[in-house]
Design a protein around this ligand. Structure first.
Ligand code: SD4
Length: 333
């Protein structure tokens, strides 16, 4: 991971993309007052998303945001681009399978009204994010999994698709011979897309979708479909998504604590950094334990931080279309 990504490096450790004018707030203000202050220049619309594939995903979201569309429509459209890309081996079509050679997908979506939907362990459906949205909009539930999720998708008109491409199948076959069928967790085999948007109307939404950790045990579900872990949105405060080793993100309720820390006055960057420090504190063995958070607050301020160097995110506004390095706690050994 250290060497394979090309970055536009804006600054060293602790990079924050503060697009709006930061507010100068008095000690007495509540966090809500601080972020809603009239003097703050809010940057909107804005879309941010994880990793290099975020550039194409943002472009998909931007088509909607730039025409005054909603953040919810934008986040769904954005990550659908990644889900359909057969070259991306960690999301949707072309995603690396589990150790049985089966592609299983996790996704969730959350809007400005705290409505949310999720699917986990879903198979043979190219757009889990759209199934998650249907769960949110057409049912009284938040999450459907496995066979039930697939059945629901088929009933809603989604088509069955073989998601295992030749390339991914070949990678899995090579992995099987070399790894003796042991799941490997490392930084090279997982790159979820999490995408957050603030629309022209000032509303936030987020989406997160993945094929999860490559060669995982059959049945394993990561953080990405879990509201509060892989994604959390509170329209009064901000939106957060996570990437990396899902187990570590779930253990600290990752995305929800970043939102809470922003609610209590931290900037997106400070909150992502604090959550990463919590991950580091709670895990004695940090071998290959990459976790990254990406946060967007109500003012259009962005922050991102990871355990190890190498995490980056894409940002698109009227003025900007870039890939930016996240801050990080340590270099890879
Ligand atoms: C998971 N968090 O399944 C996902 C994988 C990931 O970047 O984010 N990769 O654990």
């Amino acid at each position: 991971m250290k060497t394979r990504r090309n970055f536009i490096r804006l600054s060293a450790l602790g990079t924050a993309a503060v697009i709006g004018t930061p507010c100068i707030a008095s000690e007495k203000e509540t966090p809500k007052e601080k972020i809603n202050k009239a003097s703050v220049k809010i940057t909107k619309p804005i879309v941010v998303s994880t990793w290099n594939h975020g550039i194409a995903a943002n472009a998909g979201a931007w088509k909607i945001l730039s025409k005054g569309g909603t953040a919810l429509d934008a986040v769904e459209a954005g990550v659908r681009v990644t889900e359909s890309d057969p070259e991306g081996m960690s999301v949707g079509l072309g995603g690396l399978p589990d150790r049985e050679g089966i592609v299983t997908l996790d996704a969730c979506i959350m809007d400005e009204n705290n409505k949310c939907g999720a699917v986990a362990f879903l198979q043979d459906i190219e757009h889990p994010i759209s199934v998650a949205r249907k769960v949110m909009e057409d049912t009284q539930h938040v999450m459907l999994v496995g066979e039930g999720a697939k059945q629901f998708a088929l009933e809603k008109g989604f088509e069955e698709t073989n998601l295992l491409t030749e390339k991914s199948k070949k990678a899995w076959e090579e992995w099987k011979t070399e790894s003796k069928y042991q799941p490997i967790i490392n930084s090279e085999n997982h790159d979820t897309i999490g995408l957050l948007a603030l629309d022209e109307h000032g509303n936030l939404s987020g989406a997160c979708t993945t094929s999860g950790m490559a060669y995982k045990l059959h049945g394993r579900v990561g953080d990405s479909p879990i509201i509060g872990a892989g994604l959390f949105v509170d329209n009064e405060v901000g939106a957060v998504c996570a990437t990396g080793m899902g187990e570590a993100i779930i253990r600290i309720a990752g995305s929800s604590i970043v939102v809470e820390m922003m609610r209590n006055g931290m900037s997106p960057q400070e909150a992502c950094k604090a959550a990463v420090e919590r991950v580091v504190k709670k895990h004695q063995d940090l071998t290959n334990l990459q976790v990254g958070f990406l946060a967007l607050n109500k003012n259009g301020e962005v922050g991102s931080y990871s355990v190890y160097s190498g995490f980056n995110y894409a940002i698109q506004t009227k003025e900007q279309n870039d890939l930016i390095d996240a801050g990080f706690n340590r270099e890879w050994d």
